[in-house]
Design a protein around this ligand. Structure first.
Ligand code: BT5
Length: 261
């Protein structure tokens, strides 16, 4: 079980995680965070759960959340448009990758828009949800699911070959409290960079972990499926894919499959 008091003692942030709501078991930290945000929870409020019964990914896909994982959501209140929220997802992926690199010397890879992978297997997923009034965002909830201290054998069979955990990669259990503190600090630092509109700095950090850039990818989204080479992200965070005929496509949502040949 996580020791929240220890997290509070180790935490070096100004506002992210300064208020933590901890649950042994809840539906989804994102769902609870959204409710608390609607009830005026202050910026940085963080919801952490030991397990989730209805953890979710994008498009309401299930996120399997056994004990030993890190399942948390942070409430942010930036003054941005809904489109800008994509950059918060990218910044959060950088925060996860930097934390793993700084703590364990582990070189994770970011896959656009919301995956952190090790050896091509999913270690972490990010779900950013926004609530908006008209064009502007009222609040953003950033949910992070990081497979930490459990074996991928505890996941459903179809995920066992495509998912991995820190315990498996590092061959030991990690200090989850310390990791959460470092992660929340990285999130806060990158969020400050984001708010200062230093997008180029942010995107450059992102590019350093985005190993799939330059590779052949298949894009699947609600309206189409196509192949091309992932070239870069633009200043909105959209993925730029070059098609076989040389034209460039801008991708704002969808799943990316990296072709290994
Ligand atoms: C994501 O969606 O990757 C976002 C996951 C966000 C989870 C966190 S946990 C804390 C917070 N509270 C929530 O309820 N959610 C957030 P997407 O890219 O759509 O990927 C979802 C897919 O990942 C599923 O369809 C499965 O194939 C796979 N998956 C499910 N559980 C997994 C796990 N534990 N590890 C690796 N892959 C998993």
């Amino acid at each position: 079980m996580l020791e929240i008091e220890r997290i509070m003692r180790l935490l070096e942030t100004e506002f992210v995680g300064r208020e933590i709501h901890y649950y042994e078991k809840i539906s989804s930290t994102n769902t609870v965070a959204k409710q608390q945000a609607r009830d005026d929870a202050r910026e940085g409020t963080t919801i952490i759960a030991e397990t989730q019964t209805q953890g979710k990914g994008r498009l309401n896909r299930p996120w399997i959340s056994p004990k030993g994982g890190i399942w948390l959501s942070v409430i942010l209140r930036p003054q941005i448009t809904v489109e800008d929220a994509l950059k918060i997802t990218l910044a959060t992926a950088v925060a996860v990758a930097k934390t793993l690199y700084n703590m364990f010397d582990l070189r994770a890879e970011i896959k656009w828009p919301n995956d952190v992978l090790v050896d091509n297997k999913k270690l972490c997923g990010i779900l950013t949800e926004t609530s908006s009034r008209k064009k502007n965002v009222d609040f953003v909830v950033v949910g992070i699911g990081l497979n930490a201290n459990f074996d991928s054998k505890t996941l459903p069979e179809e995920l066992q070959t495509v998912a991995t955990t820190l315990k498996e990669v590092l061959k030991k259990e990690i200090d989850r409290e310390k990791l959460i503190c470092r992660l929340l600090k990285e999130i806060e630092d990158l969020y400050k960079t984001f708010k200062a509109k230093n997008f180029e700095t942010l995107l450059n950090e992102w590019r350093a972990f985005a190993v799939f850039l330059g590779k052949k990818v298949e894009i699947t989204n609600f309206k189409e499926k196509f192949e091309g080479v992932a070239v870069d992200v633009d200043d909105t965070g959209a993925l730029l894919v070059k098609l076989a005929d040389g034209t460039m496509r801008k991708v704002l949502s969808g799943d990316v499959t990296v072709r290994l040949v």
